[in-house]
Design a protein around this ligand. Structure first.
Ligand code: SAH
Length: 350
């Protein structure tokens, strides 16, 4: 709940509205694990809150650390659903990758999140809760780290499990809570939503007047290939997707980042780069190339470094601003949805 909703709740409970600020502070800054920890509140109010609101809606089921400092958190929801968040360190900051759904309905060929289908949408509290739990985990475990002193995530990317625009309202609500100046205060430009190409979501976001960053997963420069990799392309083919992206850029004046996962021999050849250039030439946008993170469920591999660099160079020489990202956290099953799938596999086979 946001602060306004807590105020309304206090009124409904018949307690002074300043209690809302204390509750908000307890949840966002002190990161209480139970209402009893919030001793500033009268015991009767704590009891009333405990009856109605679950502060421990998520618990940490497992943490895996990779050699490159990436921490993958497997979190359990109250109903037993498992979701994943990934903490990614850089020199002076932490990025947290959060999930927007348990599972995913979109079934991209190379993505582990979609392999078991969609279980359910997450509620805003479960999305904000991932950030609070990660910050709490960093406070307790991360002191000697790369980002020492900065013991909470500074960047949020909604690139974990699920399709954020298939859960639009709860995701936007969560991002507004994370962005609130009197809360976690994560800057809008440090918050990125990534979509597989849900056109209606792109169009809705364009109308919001918010400063969040938008990434669009493209992965292929032709309809035939994109449909093979991403079934969503049947519903919203490239012309419609790119039209929505252009309208978004025009309406918001914001730059879209196109994600392009490179798969050896599938979409990494010079002719693919050429087609991509034709699609994007002269447009203010960015391309982020990501070599495939191998997953057992997909028989594809990452291209070698030279191929990745050649692809990157081709785009750059056409003046398309491009970054080539090394995949991280590989040893921890850090590709989307992998840890959850492993865990489910274990549970099912037991
Ligand atoms: N549903 C959203 C956000 C989650 S996926 C979306 O599709 O954008 C975040 C990004 O990781 C997407 O670009 C997705 O295509 C990519 N991805 C998924 N599995 C991957 C893998 N095995 N290797 C590399 N990138 C992958």
């Amino acid at each position: 709940m946001d602060l306004a909703e807590w105020r309304a709740e206090c009124q409904a409970l018949g307690v002074p509205v300043y209690r809302a600020g204390q509750i908000w502070h307890g949840l966002q800054d002190r990161m209480i694990g139970s209402w009893d920890e919030l001793t500033i509140l009268p015991a009767a109010l704590r009891r009333a809150l405990a009856e109605k609101f679950d502060v421990a809606a998520l618990t940490v089921a497992e943490v895996r650390e990779a050699a490159d400092g990436v921490r993958k958190l497997l979190l359990a929801c109250r109903d037993g659903e498992l979701i994943e968040s990934v903490l990614i360190p850089a020199k002076d900051r932490w990025t947290l990758c959060v999930s927007s759904q348990a599972g995913c309905a979109f079934g991209c060929a190379f993505c582990a999140s979609g392999k078991a289908g969609l279980a359910r949408n997450l509620v805003a509290g479960e999305i904000v809760g991932q950030v609070v739990l990660a910050a709490k985990w960093l406070r307790e475990n991360g002191s000697a780290d790369v980002a020492a002193g900065l013991l909470r995530p500074q960047n949020i990317v909604v690139m974990g499990m699920g399709e954020p625009f298939a859960n639009y309202d709860e995701v936007l609500k969560a991002l507004h809570i994370l962005n609130a100046p009197d809360g976690l205060n994560i800057g809008a430009r440090h918050i990125t939503i990534s979509t597989c190409g849900v056109v209606q979501g792109i169009r809705r976001l364009a109308e919001e007047g918010v400063q969040f960053e938008l990434s669009v997963s493209l992965h292929a420069p032709s309809d035939a290939l994109r449909t093979r990799l991403m079934p969503v392309n049947q519903r919203w083919p490239l012309v419609r997707l790119l039209e929505a992206c252009r309208d978004y850029t025009e309406a918001t004046n914001r730059i879209i980042t196109f994600e392009y996962t490179l798969v050896r021999g599938v979409n990494d050849q010079p002719e693919h780069a050429q087609r991509l250039i034709e699609l994007l030439r002269g447009w203010k946008c960015r391309v982020n190339l990501i070599p495939l993170s191998p997953v057992a469920e997909f028989a594809g591999e990452a291209p070698d470094e030279r191929t990745c660099e050649a692809f990157c160079d081709a785009l750059e020489s056409a003046r398309i601003s491009t970054t080539l990202r090394r995949s991280r956290g590989g040893q921890t099953n850090a590709a989307c949805g992998q840890l959850r799938l492993r865990r489910r596999g274990k549970v099912i086979s037991q």
